[in-house]
Design a protein around this ligand. Structure first.
Ligand SMILES: [Zn+2]
Ligand SMILES: [Zn+2]
Length: 105
């Protein structure tokens, strides 16, 4: 970086070619998996879930009755709680099955 900031180019309609450099979640979303970009994406996920959990309407937009809404949006309505319980039960069952296969032999 040289510290030179030119005038912002006017946005053309459509998707502009963007290059935000490394350490930016947008570069991660473009497919870069370097440490800096992964860290940026990780922090963004944490911040986003924190934001979502402050905003009940975000859970409404995501849709209820899904384990992801329970986890990401911290929605504790009945459909979401039920969906998450089922998800947890399925996860435990899978883990038990894997342990039974690989474990006591
Ligand atoms: Zn990168
Ligand atoms: Zn819900």
């Amino acid at each position: 970086m040289l510290g030179i900031v030119g005038p912002r180019p006017k946005r053309r309609p459509g998707r502009p070619p963007v290059d935000h450099g490394h350490g930016d979640y947008r570069t991660y979303l473009k497919g870069c998996r370097c440490d800096d970009c992964r860290e940026a994406q990780r922090l963004r996920g944490i911040a986003q879930r924190a934001r979502w959990s402050q905003d009940p309407s975000a859970a409404d937009r995501a849709g209820h009755g899904k384990p992801s809404t329970y986890k990401n949006y911290k929605c504790r309505c009945q459909p979401c709680s039920k969906a998450n319980s089922a998800d947890v039960a399925a996860f435990r069952a899978r883990r038990r099955a894997a342990a039974a296969l690989g474990g006591a032999a």
